[in-house]
Structure formats: C-alpha cells, structure tokens
Design a protein around this ligand. Structure first.
Ligand code: UDP
Ligand code: MG
Length: 324
C-alpha cells in the first residue's frame, strides 16, 4: 500500500503498512478536541498500532461557533497525521460523518465522537476484528451512560422499530464503528441525502462483528442534544428508513372505517327498533377523532413528501469552507 502525500508521512517512503482513518465530527468541541487528540495519539504510540498501521485523523468541524476551528488548525500544524474539513455552517453530525467518509483514504475507517464518550481503546479490538476478516465492526453500548429513564424508554422503542426494518438487532448501537474500505466505498455511492448512518451500516450487509464498550462521561463541554432535537432525529430517521408510518395510517384508517360501519349498522337497527341514538356527544367524539386522525395522517404523508422534495432539489448536504 502506498501512502499518499496527505497523510503527512514522507511521500517518497513506500510502505506496505495499512492505513486507518479516524473520522471525528466536531461541533463546539473546544473543551474536548485537544484532549481527544492527545488520547488517541497516546493510545497509538503506546500500543502496537503505531508499528503496524499508519494513521489519519480527520476532524470535520461542523460550523462550530467557538474556538474549535483554531484548535484543529493548531493540531494539524503539530501533528502531520491530522487533516480537517471546515463546514461553512452547522450541517449536522450525519453530514459531518459522510463528509469524513468521502475524505478518508485509509484501508479501514473508524468513526467516533470527539468528546471521548466513545473510548478510543475499543478501537484496538475493532481493528483486530477487522484483521480477522470482518468488514464492519459495530461499537455496541454495554451501558447507556447517564441518561434519563424516559430517554432510555423512547430510545429502546425507536431502536426496536428500526431493528425490525433493517432485520438486525440494533439495540445499543451507536455511531462508533469501524468499516473496511469496500464498505466505505459502498456508502459513498449512496445517492440519498437523508441518511441514517447508524442503520445504514447494518443495511449494507457484509460480514459484521460487534465490540462492546462502556459509554464514558463527556470530558468537557455539553451534549448538543435537547429533548426536541432527539424527537426530530427519531422522526427524521424513521421516515428516511421505513415506510411503517404510512402502513400504520392505512391500518388505522381501515380500523376506523370498520368501526364506522359497525356504528352505522347499530344506528340503523336502533332506528327501526324505535330507540333514539344519543346524538350530540357521539357526533362530537366521532368528528374530533376523525379530524385528528386525518390531520395526523396528512402530517405523516407531508413528512415523506417534504423528504422527496428536498431529495429532488439535490442540494449538497454540506458546504466546505476549507479542507486539508
Ligand atoms: N456533533 C456534530 N454536529 C452536530 C452535533 C454534534 O458534529 O450538529 C458531534 C459532536 O461534536 C460530537 C458528536 O457529534 O463529537 C456527538 O455529539 P454529542 O456528544 O453532543 O451527542 P451525545 O453523545 O450526547 O449523543
Ligand atoms: Mg457525546
């Protein structure tokens, strides 16, 4: 394998060492980015990794408004293995991950968070599974770290639905994973813009293995997720990955029609028996239920139409300001 000039190693040096690319999305991570870099560099130099693999550390700065950009620049001056892409604004973690996959030149690519919640040490096990012949090594959370009970419940429900769609058990799955070059090439050819990286790596197939890791606490700064943004994330990913909500509308619609037919028959029978049907309350209930149901169904359909519209426009999913 030839090393490219970008990885900072002497370009004239021909080596058969494999290269591992590490893709790190960063958004307002001034409190963590240096510590992250030092931890990975130390792990690399203190383990057998440095003897066997070249490394490429790709920071994707997702439009941070703090000092993250300057810190990454400084790291790249200090460490020749550091590369970066700066987005023109915040485009979201998915966009940052997929930009990193496009940038990566390694034989294997590891995606991990900048806040050290994904323990870099687990990468050693991921790489050895890759060497055993697995193409995708999924990082699976053995514990979910510090999160509320309701968050755990809804996350569990969400992953159950997604798991049914992809046909794999996605419980505990995360964005921390290693992929072989061929998997990255496959992901890079997908034309859609609304991606869900966590599930797509299951969807592509290939030989898959898992590595368990414990979610660590953030080493600094704060999580970028609020309750609302998590709901948006769940809705966006469910609708980009499954048609289940549309099927659900059809099923609920059918059930409501059956109930309506039943009530109609009951009303006719009561009429001929001379019993009056309770008018106003039952009407109000029916109208409210039906209108609510219709509005909800239209809303779900609208989400899919909006998605189609946005895919149709074909805008790039991120704008690059600077790259190295
Ligand atoms: N991140 C990003 N763009 C965003 C939000 C987050 O690149 O719009 C990055 C963030 O810098 C971190 C990773 O995605 O490296 C995970 O984010 P965070 O720690 O906030 O999520 P949590 O771990 O709480 O799920
Ligand atoms: Mg985090």
């Amino acid at each position: 394998m030839l090393t490219g000039p970008r990885d900072g190693y002497d370009p004239s040096q021909v080596t058969d060492m494999k290269k591992i690319s590490i893709v790190v999305p960063c958004y307002n991570e001034e409190a963590t980015v240096e510590q992250y870099h030092n931890t990975v560099a130390d792990l690399w130099d203190s383990s057998h990794l440095s003897e066997h693999y070249l490394r490429e550390l790709i920071f994707i700065n997702d439009g941070s408004s703090d000092n993250t950009r300057d810190l990454i620049m400084r790291l790249s001056e200090r460490d020749q293995t550091v590369r970066y892409t700066f987005f023109s604004r915040n485009f979201g973690k998915e966009a940052a991950i997929f930009c990193g996959l496009k940038q990566a030149t390694g034989d294997a690519v590891v995606v991990m968070d900048c806040d050290l919640q994904h323990p870099p040490a687990a990468m050693v096990e991921m790489i050895s599974k890759w060497e055993e012949g697995f193409d995708i090594v999924e990082g699976i959370k053995s514990t979910r770290g510090k999160e509320s009970r309701s968050h755990g419940f809804f996350a569990g429900l969400f992953y159950k639905m997604i798991s049914r769609m992809v046909g794999f058990d996605m419980a505990g799955s995360s964005d921390y994973k290693l992929m072989d070059r061929k998997v990255v090439d496959t992901l890079n050819t997908l034309p859609e813009k609304a991606t869900f990286f966590r599930a797509l790596s299951y969807w592509v197939g290939y030989r898959q293995a898992t590595v368990l890791y414990e979610v660590a606490d953030r080493v600094g700064g704060e999580s970028k997720w609020s309750g609302i943004s998590l709901i948006k994330y769940a809705v966006s990913n469910l609708t980009s990955f499954t048609y289940a909500p549309l099927h659900l509308i059809a099923i609920v619609g059918t059930v409501i029609i059956l109930i309506g037919i039943g009530l109609g028959i009951d009303a006719i029978i009561s009429y001929f028996q001379g019993e009056s049907v309770g008018g106003y309350p039952s009407l109000v209930i029916l109208i409210t239920l039906a209108t609510g149901g219709i509005m909800l169904s239209l809303g779900v359909i609208a989400i899919y139409i909006a998605k189609m519209y946005s895919e149709l426009k074909g805008r790039p999913r991120y704008v690059v300001d600077e790259q190295k």
